[in-house]
Unconditional design. Structure first.
Length: 201
């Protein structure tokens, strides 16, 4: 995720948005990992005019870089009116609320939240901003993102290809998922979502 230079101002050109579906990746490898993910998902579901429309399985993932302990990873899909940069601010605040410290890249973390992509009537929303790039440039390089994302949006295309293509061509060193964790991220959360994602209002 981008560094946190401060909250979005009211004058930001994307500070207001129509209804879109946002895909958010969740990860944790410090403390009560399951609780960190659950509280983050509940925090996202509590946002104004926001509904969780897809919730993937939780995956156990080998650590990368300086991290020493396995991660739990998941992805949720949100139907929301929150625009990209304000959503980034929400994710950073949720990270801080769970004690996230940004001491080193790929280091241990209580909670890691990444905005992966947003879709609306215009299709995939493209954002190039010093704080945020959408779609997330590393979606196709992480099996711990691709596998849960495929569960809830199997028809999604990124960089011109479906997710299953990216997963099939992922090099062996980038395959870090050990298996499913077993417990649901949220009880009674919807499991799948299709793209386009705005049918039914």
């Amino acid at each position: 995720m981008s560094e946190d230079p401060g909250p979005t101002t009211a004058h930001d050109p994307v500070a207001a948005a129509p209804v879109r579906v946002a895909f958010v990746a969740l990860g944790s490898n410090v403390g009560d990992r399951f609780e960190h993910l659950q509280e983050a998902a509940r925090g996202l579901a509590a946002l104004p005019s926001t509904t969780i429309v897809g919730c993937a399985s939780i995956f156990e993932t080998a650590p990368m870089g300086a991290a020493k302990f396995d991660f739990l990873n998941a992805v949720v899909a949100l139907k929301t009116v929150v625009a990209p940069l304000p959503m980034l601010d929400v994710l950073l605040q949720l990270e801080r609320s769970r004690g996230r410290a940004r001491d080193e890249k790929w280091g241990p973390r209580t909670l890691d939240l990444d905005l992966l992509a947003m879709y609306g009537d215009e299709g995939s929303l493209a954002v190039t901003h010093p704080r945020l790039t959408l779609p997330h440039p590393e979606i196709t390089a992480r099996d711990f993102v691709l596998r849960p994302l495929m569960e809830i949006a199997p028809s999604l295309q990124v960089a011109g290809h479906r997710l299953d293509h990216h997963l099939a061509t992922l090099p062996e060193h980038a395959r870090t998922v050990r298996g499913r964790h077993g417990l649901p991220l949220l009880e009674r959360a919807p499991f799948g979502v299709s793209v386009p994602l705005l049918e039914g209002g």
